[in-house]
Design a protein around this ligand. Structure first.
Ligand SMILES: C[S@@+](CC[C@H](N)C(=O)[O-])C[C@H]1O[C@@H](n2cnc3c(N)ncnc32)[C@H](O)[C@@H]1O
Length: 268
């Protein structure tokens, strides 16, 4: 069942590049337009590691969800900034290990809503739902998520490659704090975030090029200290806040650092 926030679904705008469609293009998907491909190609010219960055981000999602289900016993996920469906969506990774897992997806891009049906193919034992809503409106997200998730039991809040579009003026730390405050002890925060302090010149130029083409969705890459502020009061799971491909990469694998941070933390 698709749930939305009660508002009108905005029409799909093909004149400005959108993050969901750029990311789809970087991952080799087909749900993107010329303006998105141009934005991605321009940004890739400034930062050639961008396609690898997108793949590494998806790989982190799989590793983090697998860890949470298999090792931490989590069975509920609130995945905000879901993106267009691709391989290994959160419910697929979780339900492969624990079919009873329940996943609520949230995104504010109308293109994601159009394709949300494939996010809703839950195992019969579990459940999935899709909410069209904005991360900056956590109260609406929480109100609808309660229809599918039991907030008396631990939930993993997933915020992967989304917080960089929330400007400091919209208080992303406050938004994350309000979401985590609604979740019980034993819940988790899972995050990946583009870094401003690794390969800073390339990242600054890539961000500038993105911002030229993405209308009002402006990128705000952050430093390690700024990312660490999201985790105040939470217990970081080993290895802490690291470059995304270096988060539990697997025995004997030593990936290079890239300009993004990832971490998983438990609410005490
Ligand atoms: C780069 S994609 C990341 C997808 C997925 N989380 C992942 O890491 O593979 C970011 C997604 O966040 C969504 N998004 C951006 N701003 C948002 C907002 N304010 N509220 C909800 N979703 C948002 C975009 O539409 C896009 O689908």
């Amino acid at each position: 069942m698709i749930r939305n926030d009660g508002g009108e679904t905005s029409p799909i705008d093909t004149t400005v590049a959108r993050q969901a469609r750029i990311y789809d293009y970087l991952l080799g998907g087909k749900d993107n337009f010329a303006i998105d491909r141009e934005a991605a190609d321009q940004a890739t010219a400034a930062f050639p590691g961008l396609v690898t960055w997108a793949r590494n981000n998806r790989a982190f999602l799989s590793r983090a969800v697998s860890y949470l289900v298999a090792e931490a016993g989590i069975r509920q996920f609130l995945d905000i900034g879901t993106g267009l469906p691709t391989a290994n969506n959160t419910h697929e990774v979780a339900q492969r290990i624990a079919p009873q897992s329940r996943v609520v997806y949230v995104d504010n891009d109308p293109v994601v809503l159009v394709h949300a049906q494939s996010l809703l193919a839950s195992s019969p034992e579990g459940a999935t739902a899709y909410i069209e809503a904005d991360l900056r409106d956590p109260d609406t997200i929480l109100a609808h998520a309660r229809d599918t998730l039991d907030f008396t039991r631990p939930v993993a809040l997933m915020l992967l490659a989304i917080l960089h579009v929330i400007q400091d003026s919209d208080d992303p730390w406050g938004v994350v704090g309000r979401l985590m405050a609604a979740l019980p002890s034993g819940s988790y925060l899972v995050m990946s975030h583009p870094a401003r302090d690794i390969q800073p010149e390339q990242v600054a130029e890539m961000t500038r090029r993105f911002n030229q083409r993405t209308g009002n969705v402006r990128g705000a890459t952050r430093t390690r200290d700024e990312v660490a502020r999201f985790f105040v009061g939470l217990d970081l799971v080993e290895p802490g806040i690291v470059s995304t491909p270096q988060w539990r990469p697997g025995t004997g694998i030593h990936p290079a650092e890239e300009p993004s941070y990832a971490a998983v933390a438990r609410k005490p």
